[in-house]
Ligand binder design. Structure first.
Ligand SMILES: Cc1ncc(COP(=O)(O)O)c(C=O)c1O
Length: 397
């Protein structure tokens, strides 16, 4: 987009770098485009299959009211790091409520899940340690491991036996095992109980990032860890986010009090960043109350997931195995996936096209996410349109 400013003369190595980056993006159909969304598009929620707002809480009147009240009382921003003066009684109350909800001794609130992951591993892992990560963990976990300087080892997706073999062969001083609870681009659930058993046998510390599971799966919406009946003894490090099922923004880490104290004292992305805004903190509190009190949202979502899978199967549409609201339709080729995404968009459906490097090369997909704001008719309309477009794609040269 032209800004109307004179072109800035860049050092030649930087200009060359930009050219190389642009070339790589263009040849592999990997250019990303942002589409500004207006507030009025809320009305189009029925055709939005792109959002992680799984319980439909981001527009809930109680979250909006809590946000407005907190902004009026505390101001728009928190003003400083939590260790300076950014920590309010709203943050303190939310931490207690989260510890109670997750059955952990202590919780710490962060401005985002990215911050939380970096803080946990940054505070606890060191150069001589090793972190064993599922091959498909979220990018923020990879960055957290790289920044911690611990050795990164990746094990085959959802494969406790492969993990056990790697752990057994490791001489690292301290070993961590890291996995998403619900995998963000695949929608499948980590075998948390088996990971915990293997980790315990090898004296490793298990860290589950359940950004996409908390609020949605497990008893009472307590996520993948509770689904596998794992408390903090089995999973000492747990991260959850408020940007997805909670419908707000921000995140938390939870676990034994001494581990959380170390994260508070030594987590650089806890100390050296502005604390979560009071308004978002209040919204997360309101969301947590709803998650606890309104199980019908999860029940409705579970019904929609079954409905979608049955309708897709009846139409012969392949969907990756997933019992969560993330229902990926594998396409393979990035260009073909883009064509399908654009065609869906022309019909009024917002379905994100996920391409490398977010997913491995050759595994581009449409990432359909269902939310409690959808109904069966919305799902039918999507499946019908997708079926027609896939048939047409199949027939095209
Ligand atoms: C598994 C996982 N962890 C962490 C994050 C980062 O959370 P946040 O958006 O709060 O930074 C995301 C997505 O954004 C995610 O999918």
């Amino acid at each position: 987009m032209s800004t109307g400013h004179a072109t800035v003369k860049l050092p030649i190595p930087l200009a060359n770098r930009l050219q190389a980056l642009a070339g790589a993006r263009n040849t592999a159909a990997l250019v990303r485009v942002r589409r500004p969304r207006g507030a009025a598009q809320r009305a189009l929620a029925a055709r939005n299959f792109a959002s992680n707002d799984y319980l439909g809480l981001s527009t809930d009147r109680r979250l909006r009211a809590a946000t407005v009240r907190a902004a009026a009382a505390y101001g728009a921003g928190s003003g400083a790091s939590a260790l300076v003066c950014g920590y309010t009684d709203l943050h303190a109350a939310l931490e207690l409520e989260l510890a109670d909800f997750t059955g952990r001794s202590r919780a710490l609130v962060f401005p985002s899940g990215y911050h939380a992951n970096l803080a946990v591993l940054g505070a606890l892992a060191r150069r001589r340690d090793a972190v064993f990560a599922d091959r498909l963990v979220h990018a923020s976990l990879i960055d957290a491991i790289v920044l911690s300087r611990a050795r990164l080892r990746r094990y085959a997706h959802r494969d406790p036996a492969a993990l056990a073999a790697q752990l057994g062969a490791s001489r690292a001083a301290l070993k961590f095992v890291v996995s998403d609870g619900v995998f963000s681009m695949d929608g499948d659930i980590a075998p948390v109980r088996d990971l915990a058993r293997v980790a315990r046998r090898h004296d490793a510390v298990l860290f589950i990032d359940d950004a996409h599971g908390l609020g949605v799966i497990g008893p009472g919406g307590r996520g993948a860890v509770d689904l596998h009946a794992c408390g903090e003894a089995e999973v000492p490090l747990l991260v959850g986010t408020f940007g997805k099922a909670f419908g707000a923004a921000g995140a938390f880490a939870a676990g034994p009090a001494d581990l959380m104290e170390a994260v508070l004292q030594h987590g650089r992305t806890y100390a050296y960043t502005t604390a979560l805004a009071p308004a978002a903190t209040a919204a997360a509190r309101a969301a947590l109350a709803i998650i606890r009190e309104e199980p019908w949202r999860r029940a409705h979502l579970a019904g929609l997931i079954d409905h979608f899978r049955a309708a897709a199967a009846a139409a012969g549409i392949g969907v990756l195995p997933s019992s969560t609201p993330i229902q990926p339709v594998p396409v393979g080729d990035a260009r073909r996936a883009l064509r399908l995404g654009d065609a869906l968009c022309e019909r009024g459906f917002n379905v994100p096209v996920i391409r490398p490097p977010t997913v491995p090369a050759g595994t581009a997909r449409l990432r359909i996410s269902l939310t409690a704001r959808h109904c069966a008719t919305d799902v039918d309309a999507l499946v019908e349109t997708l079926d027609e477009l896939l048939r047409r794609e199949g027939a095209s040269p």
